[in-house]
Design a binder for this molecule. Structure first.
Ligand SMILES: [Zn+2]
Length: 109
């Protein structure tokens, strides 16, 4: 177990989906989700594609073009989700989770 990456008491918030205390379901385990919304960096993609077209090699283009990322992060949040919510169908709640996370991220800006 790696304790250097554990959560501080301030980050032990309630479950983001069910709003109950994070260990109230009886399982001493949680998931820490990081949600990010990315948008394509069209200029970077064009630059990389242009160098690739000239060199004829994607590997050479990646080595020559000073592009280190092809997206930009619009917003990001990290939230806790309890084990019962994950086991009980968190995938059904994913669209709601993303909507709520986006609203929270914009409110934190
Ligand atoms: Zn929960």
């Amino acid at each position: 177990m790696n304790n250097t990456t554990g959560l501080s008491p301030e980050k032990m918030t309630a479950c983001y989906l069910c709003r109950r205390p994070i260990f109230s379901g009886g399982a001493p385990m949680l998931y820490r989700l990081r949600l990010e919304q990315h948008v394509a960096d069209v200029a970077a993609i064009r630059q990389l594609a242009g160098v690739e077209m000239i060199t004829g090699s994607s590997a050479v283009a990646r080595a020559l073009a000073p592009v280190n990322r092809l997206t930009a992060v619009l917003w990001s949040v990290e939230r806790n989700v309890c084990l019962p919510c994950v086991l009980g169908g968190a995938s059904d709640a994913l669209p709601l989770l993303v909507d709520c996370a986006e609203q929270d991220a914009k409110a934190e800006e």
